[in-house]
Design a binder for this molecule. Structure first.
Ligand SMILES: *[C@@H]1O[C@H](CO)[C@@H](O)[C@H](O)[C@H]1NC(C)=O
Ligand SMILES: *[C@@H]1O[C@H](CO)[C@@H](O)[C@H](O)[C@H]1NC(C)=O
Ligand SMILES: *[C@@H]1O[C@H](CO)[C@@H](O)[C@H](O)[C@H]1NC(C)=O
Ligand SMILES: *[C@@H]1O[C@H](CO)[C@@H](O)[C@H](O)[C@H]1NC(C)=O
Ligand SMILES: *[C@@H]1O[C@H](CO)[C@@H](O)[C@H](O)[C@H]1NC(C)=O
Ligand SMILES: *[C@@H]1O[C@H](CO)[C@@H](O)[C@H](O)[C@H]1NC(C)=O
Ligand SMILES: *[C@@H]1O[C@H](CO)[C@@H](O)[C@H](O)[C@H]1NC(C)=O
Ligand SMILES: *[C@@H]1O[C@H](CO)[C@@H](O)[C@H](O)[C@H]1NC(C)=O
Length: 535
């Protein structure tokens, strides 16, 4: 196929995919100003526009900043500093005045889309947690009077230290001492469809326990994976593990549906002599890999396909921040506007990363369709008469099979209960055998086309029924066939997976996720191509 034809195909597919799935993950940047040498807000606004960044987090509602972002179409998250919480919580009139004098004159020419109330209050020296919700409620009331309560989301950003433990992710829970403050706050978020905001720093986890944590794992460059023993979910980077810990902690409190937004994440380029990992190379690697990781919506192991909005921390080095040397060196730019390292915000030019077992560039698990073949076979073995099954290839490595097995039993929506202990297909208790069962079920449920037996190349179609003893391998109804359209409608018996995380989703929902992960593999190159044309 010619390059031009491929390009057109990609464009079509991407347009379809965007129509189908709507918005994607967004990358924003934090614009902290704890420094005495930064460029003027107008210069900064120009820089951000030049970088083509569409989402910016600021930490207060400084009028010069609000003015600088007028008519830029940049979506602004503003902050209410901890020092203002008392005033905001105490009197509605304080908030009404603030809104009238500080926000409304610049809205909507400055596109303020969210307000983060308080900054990591659980870590703040004064116990301000009790003020957060009353402040949020007063802001909500004030916005409502102005008719803006649907346009501007209200939340509060938190440190990961709000969890009592974060590993393994499935065991994560919020600290008991914060529950009385969290529960009503989470109810507020659900009621107003606002996200839970969290700041994630694999850097600190690495710095503070370098003997336990591999640098590669923190930098998204690990070639091995860490398994959560309770769920079997595999983690190839710490960011996903931290984010899933938040999802599990929310689920444990029965807040399964609340979205999570990562309001800060980054890596310092310089630190004290003890902070050996704080280098420009590592900062570049982390931020580049983070952008590349979220941009195609791969989600996390526990929430595949989930959109993740991430704000990179931070735009500038901030010379007045107290603490260790690294604190003043999180910026991608020096105060004079020179870049500390050449970060590509589009994710187009990526540092050579690790090869995941699936060999997938996006980090999604192998899924049928992860090949470069645009010719999709429909109908295939299930329909015509020749019966076929799909089994794991004995040539494939255990890691590859495990990863594909996890995909099939998770996002692939296969009911894998038959390979659980005491069930008919548990013995032989090998990944090869379990993967064969899961691959075949997926293949038959999907209509038995060759494409459905790809799994990143670790499976093969066979003519002989692999069933043994009481372990019966599914076969698609031979004559009435399971017709599948290009749009990917599956008619068949799809049992929803029984995972503690699976929100009460319909089978359609599960299938949508599969389509998303298939689409990502097609979409990413398209995205990259279109970006490079725009640039
Ligand atoms: C913080 O204050 C709230 C109410 O103002 C109180 O319920 C909570 O126990 C306090 N937390 C700590 C850690 O002191
Ligand atoms: C900007 O500041 C950095 C760090 O202080 C320095 O290395 C660099 O030379 C400066 N660039 C310009 C153009 O002044
Ligand atoms: C990934 O792909 C490369 C190049 O196509 C290949 O050499 C390598 O063996 C593959 N690795 C795995 C784990 O499949
Ligand atoms: C497509 O896949 C085939 C077979 O796996 C491989 O030989 C070929 O190089 C691939 N083409 C591209 C453009 O990746
Ligand atoms: C791609 O599709 C063509 C036409 O159906 C088929 O002959 C070829 O084997 C496929 N290649 C791969 C790598 O699936
Ligand atoms: C499946 O598709 C074929 C070819 O398009 C068609 O002839 C057949 O009637 C379809 N079967 C069902 C059950 O829809
Ligand atoms: C899938 O096909 C079934 C049966 O033909 C139909 O009822 C359903 O509406 C279709 N769903 C979609 C999303 O097309
Ligand atoms: C789907 O499968 C489950 C268990 O395998 C079975 O109980 C159920 O009756 C099936 N439903 C249909 C519509 O075939």
């Amino acid at each position: 196929m010619s390059k031009r034809l491929k390009l057109i195909l990609w464009t079509c597919v991407s347009i379809l995919a965007f129509l189908e799935f709507g918005a994607a993950s967004n990358i924003g940047i934090c614009y902290g100003r704890n420094a005495d040498n930064l460029p003027s807000p107008n210069r900064v606004s120009e820089l951000i526009q030049h970088l083509n960044i569409k989402f910016v987090r600021i930490y207060d509602a400084n009028i010069d900043l609000l003015k600088a972002f007028a008519n830029t179409n940049i979506e602004l998250m503003i902050g209410v500093p901890n020092a203002d919480l008392l005033a905001f919580a105490q009197f509605q009139s304080n908030v009404d005045t603030w809104l009238r004098n500080t926000i409304l004159p610049y809205y909507p020419t400055t596109k303020i889309t969210s307000i983060s109330v308080g900054l990591e209050v659980t870590e703040a020296p004064d116990n301000a947690t009790g003020l957060v919700l009353p402040a949020m409620q007063n802001i909500h009331t004030a916005l409502k009077k102005a008719g803006l309560e649907k346009k501007i989301k209200i939340s509060s950003s938190h440190s990961l230290a709000i969890l009592s433990r974060s590993f393994p992710p499935s065991s994560a829970t919020f600290s008991k001492k914060h529950l009385t403050f969290l529960k009503p706050m989470l109810e507020f978020l659900v009621e107003n469809e606002s996200p839970f905001m969290i700041d994630l720093y694999p850097y600190y986890a690495y710095r503070d326990s370098a003997e336990k944590v591999q640098l590669e794992y923190a930098l998204f460059e690990s070639s091995s994976q860490v398994v959560d023993p309770a769920t079997g979910l595999l983690y190839s980077n710490m960011f996903d593990a931290q984010l899933d810990a938040v999802y599990f902690a929310l689920t444990a409190m029965n807040f399964k549906t609340v979205k999570v937004m990562v309001t800060e994440s980054g890596w310092p380029s310089k630190g004290s002599p003890k902070e050996t990992a704080a280098t420009p190379d590592n900062a570049l690697a982390y931020n580049t890999n983070l952008i590349r990781h979220v941009i195609g919506d791969p989600g996390t192991p526990a929430k595949p396909g989930e959109e993740i909005d991430v704000y990179l921390f931070s735009l500038f080095n901030e010379n007045r921040k107290p603490g260790m040397e690294s604190e003043r060196n999180w910026g991608m730019f020096y105060a004079n506007g020179t870049s500390v390292y050449a970060l590509d915000f589009t994710g187009e030019n990526t540092v050579p990363g690790p090869v995941s077992p699936s060999n997938s560039t996006t980090g999604v698990s192998p899924s049928p369709g992860d090949n470069n073949n645009s010719t999709v076979t429909i109908g295939g073995g299930g329909g015509g008469g020749a019966k076929k099954w799909c089994v794991a290839s004995s040539q494939a490595s255990v890691t590859e099979l495990q990863s594909a097995l996890d995909w099939a039993c998770g996002p692939g929506n296969v009911d894998c209960s038959a390979v659980q202990p005491n069930q008919p297909c548990f013995e032989p208790d090998t990944v090869l055998s379990h993967a064969s069962y899961a691959f075949n079920t997926y293949y038959q449920q999907s209509g038995g086309s060759s494409l459905d037996c790809s799994f990143g190349g670790v499976s093969v179609e066979v003519d002989k029924d692999p069933s043994y003893g009481d372990c019966l391998y599914m076969i698609a109804p031979a004559t009435d066939g399971m017709n599948r359209t290009m749009a990917g409608n599956i008619t068949g018996n799809i049992t929803a997976i029984d995972s503690p995380l699976a929100s009460p989703s319909t089978s359609n929902e599960g299938f949508r996720q599969m389509v998303v992960s298939v689409a990502v593999s097609v979409l990413l190159p398209c995205f990259v191509v279109s970006l490079s044309l725009l640039w």
